[in-house]
Ligand binder design. Structure first.
Ligand SMILES: [Zn+2]
Length: 93
């Protein structure tokens, strides 16, 4: 799954971000190269992980609202909305 979300440091908002290996669970890890930054490594925003999109779609099919979906998956409400929009566009093709 490709992630189109712009990666920036969660602590400083810097875009001096380099990939830095993966966690044991396979989550992409990033390193912030801003010298002022206190958060040197962080993980990619959860919505970008493979499987989240499928879970968002599954929950919507099962009748979950956008708020519920966002809360259960611990992602942003706007991410749920854009994920559903993209999925519907793909389905109606
Ligand atoms: Zn940073």
């Amino acid at each position: 799954m490709t992630c189109y979300q712009e990666i920036s440091g969660p602590a400083c908002g810097s875009n001096l971000i380099m990939k830095s290996g993966r966690s044991a669970a396979g989550t992409q890890r990033y390193r912030c190269h801003n010298p002022e930054c206190k958060t040197k490594t962080f993980y990619r925003y959860k919505a970008c992980e493979p499987g989240i999109r499928e879970q968002v779609v599954d929950m919507s099919i099962n009748g979950s609202g956008i708020r519920d979906t966002a809360r259960v998956l611990k992602i942003n409400k706007n991410t749920v909305i854009s994920t559903l929009k993209k999925s519907r566009a793909a389905l109606s093709r």
